[in-house]
Design a protein around this ligand. Structure first.
Ligand SMILES: [Zn+2]
Length: 103
């Protein structure tokens, strides 16, 4: 899972237009606008892929520490069904909902 994310991140980074190329050449505003939104989209995907990779790395650390499969907030066991759907889940459903509301 981590390897896959690393691969997608490097592909996305390769696709991202270099900022200098975009700034150095005069373009009509329509082109500039579409290039920008394309870059924004790639940036957004890249951001979420990086966030997901951080969660996978954190899950790998928890496996090392033998705390994998336990909620990092309340310490209760995360149901297996939830781990099947989200192997990198760090919290039980209840704590995840609370966490999401806090953000
Ligand atoms: Zn919990």
């Amino acid at each position: 899972m981590r390897d896959e994310l690393d691969r997608s991140i490097s592909i996305l980074q390769g696709e991202r237009p270099a900022p200098l190329a975009a700034a150095g050449y005069p373009q009509d505003s329509a082109d500039a606008g579409s290039t920008l939104s394309e870059a924004d989209r790639t940036e957004a995907i890249l951001h979420s892929a990086r966030g997901q990779r951080d969660e996978v790395l954190a899950a790998l650390v928890r496996i090392d520490e033998n705390s994998y499969g336990r909620c990092i907030d309340c310490g209760s066991e995360i149901p297996e069904g939830r781990l099947d759907a989200r192997p990198d889940a760090a919290r039980c459903v209840g704590c995840q909902a609370k966490h999401a509301r806090r953000r």
